[in-house]
Design a protein around this ligand. Structure first.
Ligand SMILES: Cc1cc2nc3c(=O)[nH]c(=O)nc-3n(C[C@H](O)[C@H](O)[C@H](O)COP(=O)(O)OP(=O)(O)OC[C@H]3O[C@@H](n4cnc5c(N)ncnc54)[C@H](O)[C@@H]3O)c2cc1C
Ligand code: SF4
Length: 463
């Protein structure tokens, strides 16, 4: 195959018309030949800027060189030194603002497709039965560490601590491990059995125990973990699963959902499948409020469940916080974007069900604290979108349960747990990271925090 070195080797995708009716993965990934060709675009820079853009500092030129040579096992071993979830990151990380944003190839042409290569390596290694290994010189420490939450931060912290020789137990509130990877991000972007469950198995294979259906703050408290269960340190990776609402009239109506609830029904409980016993609303016309990745996931899920879908967002396309690729895919699948528009009221029928979403047009004013131009309502521009479901995707905050049941645990005004540079909280021996600290962010930042906390815990317990 001839390639234009200035451009990425394209990747195959399911046809938009076809995929809008199924939950199979959209992006089909590189074949071996495509991966080797794309790897050959990498200049193996000595001071690789891409590595500086990676929150977990994967040695990118080194793994790509191995792909070039066809050495998938070698490439996987390089990635595994820094990342415990490469098949996940290769699919959902915003590479365009991280490693790929720094790639020198991107100065005159398109950056090397680092994410697709990472996914190729992780998927191929899995097919070949290659797994991450405990270091040969690992010595058991004889100390127990508890992890709260089996999302990317908790899984990463657990994997790193297990490799250091600690006995690690994860306590997870849900019946499946993975956090947002299992309950939030849809199957068509991140297959659950094929990808997430396999990555979780790899972490268990390092000796990590996962206790599911255990809510810390209800089943056990953090004090119980220290005093009754004999743990020497605790990591809180409980995420930010508490949805926000608009507080507009009609928001309590039947047919209004938080994106978290809607996506959890579909992803974790498999409600998209006709065989599932979990109900999900298959709306005729759904309005999705918000413009982030969560809104795109809710919109594309509703589309696949047969709805006509309108994304209502109060700023313009330029400010949409979702990844460009997600917006592009949503548009290809026929999702309608009502930009510079904001809901003001949910209209209901005589039985309390949603029958419409009253909106107002917006225009952009002066930049706000985030640097983005503030949306300002255009007086007298109200109009109604007839619909039978409204899905609120306005962001989430950390759940206050752990704060309420743990004395001396300080949080900021947004509910994020306060930590020092070693990720230790205001409670001695209690560490935290990921969305529980930062508020809703990204998989790779949560993983970076989990890694850094594992180091902090090791230093704390080695004193
Ligand atoms: C729909 C959606 C799409 C997203 N898409 C992307 C994307 O494309 N790319 C990207 O990088 N990021 C994306 N994100 C953000 C990303 O998934 C999160 O930033 C990341 O998962 C945070 O990891 P975490 O480990 O901090 O928390 P989580 O993934 O939220 O995991 C926390 C875990 O803790 C458990 N838990 C909570 N409280 C307790 C308790 N009291 N006791 C025991 N267990 C508890 C929860 O059940 C959960 O399993 C998306 C988020 C959502 C919601
Ligand atoms: S910056 Fe780009 S070209 Fe250089 S090593 Fe990284 S991926 Fe390769």
């Amino acid at each position: 195959m001839d390639i234009d070195v200035m451009k990425k080797v394209p990747v195959s995708e399911q046809d938009p018309q076809v995929r809008a009716t199924n939950f199979d993965e959209v992006n089909l990934g590189y074949t071996k030949d495509e991966a080797v060709l794309e790897a050959s675009r990498c200049l193996t820079c000595k001071n690789a800027r891409c590595v500086q853009g990676c929150p977990v500092s994967i040695d990118i030129p080194s793994f790509i060189s191995r792909v070039k040579e066809g050495d998938v096992e070698g490439a996987y071993n390089v990635i595994s030194l820094s990342s415990s979830l490469p098949a996940v990151c290769g699919r959902v990380c915003p590479q365009e603002t991280q490693c790929e944003a720094q790639c020198v190839r991107g100065i005159k042409g398109e950056a090397v497709s680092i994410g697709r290569l990472e996914r190729f390596v992780a998927d191929t290694a899995k097919e070949m039965g290659i797994k991450p290994q405990l270091p040969a010189d690992m010595v058991k420490k004889g100390k127990k560490v508890a992890i709260i939450g089996a999302g990317p931060s908790g899984l990463t912290c657990a994997g790193d601590l297990a490799k250091m020789g600690y006995d690690v137990t994860i306590f997870e509130a849900l019946h499946k491990a993975g956090g947002v990877l299992v309950y939030g991000i849809p199957e068509f972007r991140l297959p659950k059995d094929k990808v997430v469950a396999k990555e979780v198995e790899n972490i268990k294979a390092l000796g990590v125990e996962i206790v599911t259906d255990c809510v810390i703050g209800r089943s056990l408290t953090i004090d119980d973990l220290f005093e009754q269960e004999g743990f020497s340190a605790v990591f809180i990776g409980s995420g930010a699963g508490l949805p926000r609402f608009m507080n507009i009239p009609g928001e309590q109506a039947l047919g209004v959902f938080s994106a978290n609830e809607y996506l959890t029904r579909s992803n974790l409980m498999g409600a998209f499948s006709p065989d599932s016993r979990t109900p999900i609303m298959r709306a005729k016309k759904a309005v999705i409020v918000g413009g982030g990745n969560v809104a795109m996931d809710a919109a594309r899920t509703a589309k696949r469940l047969g709805s006509e879908v309108h994304v209502v967002y109060r700023r313009s396309e330029e400010e949409l916080p979702a990844r460009k690729e997600e917006v592009h895919h949503a548009k290809e699948e026929g999702i309608i974007f009502d930009l510079l528009t904001n809901p003001v009221e949910i209209l209901t029928d005589e039985n309390g069900w949603v029958k419409g979403c009253k909106c107002i047009r917006m225009e952009l004013g002066e930049p706000d604290a985030s640097g983005r131009r503030s949306p300002v309502p255009v007086e007298g521009s109200e109009f109604t979108i007839d619909c039978d479901a409204v899905i609120m995707s306005l962001g989430t905050s950390p759940n206050p349960l752990i704060k309420k049941t743990t004395s001396g645990l300080e949080v900021n005004k947004r509910g994020g747990i306060i930590v020092n540079e070693a990720e230790m909280t205001s409670r001695d021996g209690v560490f935290a990271g990921g969305d529980a600290v930062t508020g809703a962010a990204t998989v790779i930042l949560a993983m970076g925090a989990g890694k850094s906390a594992a180091k902090g815990i090791d230093e704390y317990l080695s004193k």
